[in-house]
Design a protein around this ligand. Structure first.
Ligand SMILES: Nc1nc2c(ncn2[C@@H]2O[C@H](COP(=O)(O)OP(=O)(O)OP(=O)(O)O)[C@@H](O)[C@H]2O)c(=O)[nH]1
Ligand SMILES: [Mg+2]
Length: 432
């Protein structure tokens, strides 16, 4: 396998950059750059030179001998001064050496996976961790990287293997029946896995939202102050505000962080019956977006909050706008004014507390389509096997359990298709 190298820091100008080299021929570096070899895991200052003995840099060098490294291979880190000229000189020299090349995206992590340092869900967690921008994204990706999904998957796997072993025995001694007690334990375990997987699916929507943002949509009649509120919350003029009814037509999306929750806030066209073709389309889009939302804010500047057009059963928060002019004393209604900054903190708190209430009690969240599909296929197989009597058709149960074992395995490691691996690791940043 080639020895790979890449900058592990951002391409921007910085005081220091780290160039990481990993692979079986890493130990050649002292010779290549004419410096005295360093002690393993000890940071040593070394002058490094090109082939003509011209100095390249005075760099801190650390050698990590494999296999106990992040990639499982020998690694050398060169902590160089952050000049792109220095970086280029090092790249030029290394690229000319046989079996040395620049790393592909995510290739260091891919090697960590291939060498058994990380499983796939941990590698994905690491990628999400680097991409995380809010507190909750950080928490979930960190727990995934630390192995929260892996341990859940391994516990399912253990159970399935236990079930399979009992079945194999039953198939081998086909004239005997499964003892009553064992059959009960068997069925109980199957139901338990099923329930656990269904719960995981239920929470996967939350996990997906933590990655991509919760959807909150502002709905109301024209001119009630929807665009004014979205501008106020995002602290910029994201949407046009006028005193003309029917100003907003398209959906205006604003991405925000509500106390650690990523949110996509949508401003929409005011809902009313209209002859204007453009406005009609806007109203349709508003209703469609509302249906997909986690929270709908229903805004009104009078006492009318009734929207029979809204079918969604998601959380609705009623907001009375322009409360600088008049307060609505009704219980359960948030009085706000963007003009006089009334009630907006309370409204934000209500939103955040609902988002908090959605959080599952467990921290093992399946956030990726790849995981969700594997769980769905497992649930399908487990449901299928329950249709048959164990004692009459143990082979069908065994076949279905094998499918489950394969699906579960594919989530963490047992994958031999290069394409899938490439697909996963190509979304990594360079140098990771
Ligand atoms: N007094 C007062 N006026 C407000 C307040 N919020 C918005 N307005 C005014 O209400 C009018 C309509 O505001 P918009 O934010 O454009 O309302 P909208 O709901 O987005 O309207 P459409 O896009 O037409 O559906 C503007 O003239 C705003 O200045 C408020 O808190 N107090
Ligand atoms: Mg508007």
């Amino acid at each position: 396998m080639d020895t790979i190298f890449s900058s592990a820091s951002s391409p921007q100008k910085s005081a220091i950059k780290i160039i990481r080299v990993s692979g079986s021929e890493t130990k050649k570096l002292p010779k290549i750059f004419s410096f005295k070899p360093t002690q393993p895991r000890v940071a040593s200052l070394r002058k490094i030179y090109d082939q003509n003995n011209n100095i390249i840099d005075n760099a801190l060098i650390i050698f990590f001998p494999g296999p106990n490294t992040v990639t499982g291979e020998d690694i050398i880190e060169l902590h160089i001064h952050g000049s792109s000229v220095i970086e280029k000189k090092i790249y030029n020299i290394l690229s000319r050496i046989k079996r040395f090349r620049i790393a592909d995206r995510g290739e260091f992590t891919k090697r960590a996976f291939l060498n058994g340092i990380l499983d796939l869900t941990q590698a994905e967690g690491l990628n999400d961790l680097i991409d995380s921008e809010t507190e909750n994204q950080f928490k979930i990706s960190m727990s995934q990287y630390e192995g929260a999904l892996s341990s859940k998957i391994y516990s399912w796997r253990e159970e399935v293997i236990w079930l399979l072993s009992k079945l194999e025995a039953l198939i081998d001694f086909s004239d005997e029946e499964l003892p009553m007690e064992l059959e009960q334990t068997f069925n109980f375990k199957v139901l338990k896995i099923l329930e656990d997987m269904k719960n995981s699916l239920k929470y996967s929507r939350y996990g997906e939202r933590i990655r991509n943002g919760f959807i909150i949509t502002l709905v109301g009649r024209p001119n009630v102050g929807k665009s004014s509120l979205i501008n106020y919350l995002s602290d910029r003029r994201a949407s046009i505000v006028t005193d003309e009814a029917g100003t907003t037509r398209d959906i205006i999306e604003v991405i925000m962080d509500f106390e650690g929750f990523p949110v996509v806030l949508n401003d929409t066209a005011g809902i009313r019956k209209t002859k204007s073709e453009v406005e009609k389309i806007g109203v349709e889009k508003a209703l469609e977006k509302a249906e997909l939302s986690d929270i709908i804010l229903i805004l009104s500047d009078n006492e009318d909050f009734a929207y029979p057009e809204l079918k969604s059963t998601c959380k609705k928060i009623l907001v009375h706008t322009k409360s600088d002019l008049k307060i609505l004393p009704n219980k359960g209604i948030h009085n706000i004014s963007v003009k006089d900054n009334i009630g907006i903190d309370k409204l934000t708190n209500a939103i955040v507390s609902h988002l908090k209430s959605l959080a599952p009690k467990q921290d093992a969240l399946f956030t990726r389509k790849r995981h969700i599909e594997a769980i769905k296929r497992s649930i399908y197989a487990l449901n299928d096997m329950q249709k048959f009597d164990l004692n009459i058709n143990p082979e069908i149960a065994s076949e279905n359990l094998r499918i489950v074992a394969k699906e579960i395995g594919s989530m963490t490691n047992i994958i031999d298709v290069d394409e899938i691996l490439d697909d996963i690791f190509s979304s990594f940043c360079i140098g990771k």
